[in-house]
Design a protein around this ligand. Structure first.
Ligand code: SF4
Ligand code: SF4
Ligand code: SF4
Length: 404
């Protein structure tokens, strides 16, 4: 299909005021519910008004959608896992879900594993150049910006700057590189993330290519997305115009710049690991794994880990019960199970009690596998994960008769 692009804006004054840029996402959610295209929507809301505590919410009343308006950068809820675990893969529900690129990629990987029913979902993507770990973000507000975290009314990542707006309208900004050198700023996986525009969603929304805060740049990627936008325009929920060529160029340039920034972080984080020989690599990672306390946090958070009957449970016999640190096969099995499909969401590392740099290892392995198998996780729904797929050629090389 033709990939339509729009400069769009909500027609609802209240949503425009509360929304981040143009209020289009909130208006699309409201329209989807009121037109009964979906039974519910999933978006992120600040729990009890605390912007450092963003939680996924399932909403079926259109009037409540506005509670999710505005962006929350100091939180990174595990949307794919939420849909899989708590909504039974969305089961028979039709749902519109607001997703970051890593959420969209994880949802697609779960759909390939029959854990999520993609046909019932509309993925409304948000451009993303990073989220901040909530506890450290509050500390950063105090120690780096010199402000009370509760006074922050908005935060934004604008090119290579983190921009904070206070309740009284005061703006403060710092360069990302400067605060990240000090151990603050974006989550480690986000710094390396090259997928800023969710091209695997039905539509992608963001501020790149817009000139003010009253508009959203919308790119349509699927028929489902096109249908939603056309219907919302016809029903008067949003208005759209065609972007000028300069706006398209600006958006592309911002994306390119963000990709280059991510590559610089990859180079920095991975170069010493890449220079190690195989024994040094094993030595380094085994010393990390020796700190594991087998809390199962990484397994339980990872959207790609989906087996109901996990090999790592003590009663399966692979890893003896009660042994701390667990046998090195414990992390190794999990890594081999997910490394071809890791979407670099960082959820494993966020929950690791021992602060092991898990996503650094698994994403590095994933990049190396991408070179070998040409498989990009979370992109093409028709392409299956290489380590879960056996080709006829591989079967015949193994001596198994493949003639049926
Ligand atoms: S991993 Fe990428 S898409 Fe996900 S929150 Fe971080 S920057 Fe955004
Ligand atoms: S291994 Fe970690 S970074 Fe990769 S998909 Fe799983 S939770 Fe996300
Ligand atoms: S989250 Fe960390 S400590 Fe817990 S099992 Fe995973 S690697 Fe081990």
């Amino acid at each position: 299909m033709k990939r339509e692009q729009y400069i769009a804006s909500t027609t609802d004054k209240e949503i425009l005021k509360k929304g981040e840029c143009g209020g289009v996402v909130t208006s699309l959610l409201k329209f989807a519910l009121e037109s009964k295209r979906v039974d519910a929507v999933v978006a992120v809301k600040a729990r009890n008004g605390n912007r450092y505590d963003g939680v996924p919410v399932l909403i079926s009343e259109p009037g409540k959608v506005i509670e999710t308006a505005g962006a929350l950068h100091c939180t990174s809820p595990n949307i794919a896992r939420y849909v899989k675990e708590y909504m039974d893969g969305a089961s028979g529900l039709k749902v519109a879900i607001v997703v970051k690129p890593c959420d969209a990629k994880a949802i697609i990987e779960l759909a390939k594993r029959n854990q999520i029913k993609l046909d019932n979902l509309i993925l409304i993507g948000l451009n993303c150049t990073g989220t901040l770990p909530s506890v450290r973000a509050e500390k950063m507000m105090r120690e780096v910006f010199g402000i009370d975290p509760a006074d922050v009314s908005a935060e934004d990542i604008d090119d290579d700057k983190l921009v904070i707006t206070l309740a009284d309208g005061t703006r403060k900004e710092k360069r990302l590189t400067e605060i990240e050198e000090q151990g603050y700023g974006r989550r480690e996986n986000c710094r390396r993330c090259e997928t800023n525009i969710p091209i695997m969603a039905d539509i992608a929304c963001g501020k790149w290519g817009t000139s003010d805060k009253s508009t959203t740049f919308v790119q349509v990627y699927t028929e489902k997305g096109a249908d939603l936008i056309d219907a919302a325009v016809s029903a008067g929920y949003i208005s759209v115009t065609q972007p000028e060529p300069e706006a398209v160029q600006v958006r592309r340039k911002k994306d390119d710049d963000a990709i280059q920034m991510a590559k610089r972080w990859q180079e920095r984080d991975f170069s010493s690991l890449k220079q190690m020989n195989i024994n040094q690599r094993f030595g380094y990672w085994f010393s990390q794994f020796a700190r594991c306390i087998k809390c199962y946090g990484c397994r339980d958070a990872c959207p790609i880990c989906y087996c109901k009957d996990c090999h790592l449970e003590a009663d399966r016999g692979l890893v003896p019960p009660g042994e701390i640190p667990p046998d090195v096969m414990f992390p190794m099995v999990r890594i081999t199970h997910v490394m071809d499909s890791c979407v670099n969401c960082g959820q494993c590392q966020d929950v690791c009690t021992m602060e092991l740099p898990l996503s650094r290892l698994i994403f590095l392995l994933n990049i190396e596998l991408q070179d070998i198998f040409k498989y990009q996780p979370g992109r093409d729904i028709g392409q299956l994960p290489p380590l879960r797929t056996v080709t006829d050629q591989e079967l015949s090389l193994s001596g198994v008769d493949v003639t049926f």
